[in-house]
Design a binder for this molecule. Sequence first.
Ligand SMILES: *[C@@H]1O[C@H](CO)[C@@H](O)[C@H](O)[C@H]1NC(C)=O
Length: 466
Amino acid sequence: MASSSKPEGSMLWGGRFTGGLDPLMVKYNESIYFDRVLYKQDILGSIAFARANAKAGIITQDEFQQIERGLREVEKEWQAGTFTIVPGVDEDIHTANERRLGEIIGKQVAGKLHTGRSRNEQVVCDMRMWLRDELRQIESHLVAFLRVLAARAEQEIDLVMPGYTHLQRAQPIRWSHWLLSYGLAFAADLERLREVISRVNRNPLGCGALAGNPFGLDRDMITKELGFDGLLWNSMGGVADRDFVTETLQWGSMLMQHVSRWAEDLIIYSTAEFGFVRLADAYSTGSSLMPQKKNPDSLELLRGKSGRAFGHMAGFMMTQKGLPSTYNKDLQESVEPMLDHVKTVSDSIQIANGVLATLTTNAEKMRAALDPFMLATDVADYLVRKGVPFRETHHISGRCVAKSEETGIPMNELSYEQMKAIDPRFEEDISEAFNYDTSVERRSAKGGTSKSSVMEQIKVLEEMLG
Ligand SMILES: *[C@@H]1O[C@H](CO)[C@@H](O)[C@H](O)[C@H]1NC(C)=O
């Protein structure tokens, strides 16, 4: 006859704890030490839920008023820093607030707060409200950063420097053109962010544990009170959906990738070998050993933290993969990456702004780094304007480069005779091709590096900021 196993007296399979709670499990399970940041959203959500329950006739108006008054007291305690978490009892922010409410207004009425509500919908409601508010803050930081970028681009439009491909000098460009190459990528991040916010800001309250609310709750009323843009329309999806977190992490990962590449360019430009920019002291650090050093710590941290942001995203996507539908406790693992990600991204944008607002540029160093070879394309283009096919002009210009290398004479100092000997179609006006400013100004089609094109880009960017 089969008998059930009896752990007592048989520690071999009985494990560490045979009755009661494993204290490590209690700690392993609790989230109060990080989810308490949601205290305010939890209180606002509870008030809105109780108000809707009063309207539905599930609790009386008097009971609602007691609940609201009590919850406002709890909120004050959090704000004043006097709320005392009871270890082992307040396992999460929702339990903690409700426990305290019971102490303030009495368990009889406090016990009615949760009528028809599930922890599942409550958790996700708090998270969505919190994230919406944080992302709006991030949106304003990003706009502020882009305003600095646009202002710099306009003010320093006359600075010309080498543009690189493969990190090799390629063609002369405006410093502002480089700035805007990132500026417009960040502006696309801003557009994406606004879309993410609209999907984060949906109301899950009224979804119940998974099947919906049985008391005819007016969900639209809650949506309005809590400032949501709309409803989550399927209760099963509503309690389990963490796509709003994933999407935020994906968004932040891409933004941080842009931040990281931008930082990498500036690290290179700030070396003594380049010297195009110099960081303000506030954003660089001296070496503990070598007195002459000025390290771009701020930019290195921005580059480094992008890996961490990406890690939040990859980790949480793995957490969700393979979960069965509706709520599973695994989803608690969405909170910490969300909190750290939001802080990392928000701080990074503000640091990037500080770095950009305070760095100094060195126009002479930029210009000194220009090399006549960077005008080889302009020499080819010169002949194109004389009607020679580009395939041919590319080759001819290549011979000018070779001549310069061979003789050691800079390409722009080759004599007219030397040029003519390479191709008879060169005329005296070839000297005009050897001018960096002219080269830059010629790129005047939309999106190019001429002054008018760059000014147009600044306008486009500013319009995207709204
Ligand atoms: C884990 O925490 C939840 C609240 O988040 C609670 O309902 C549950 O009883 C806890 N479980 C254990 C095993 O501690």
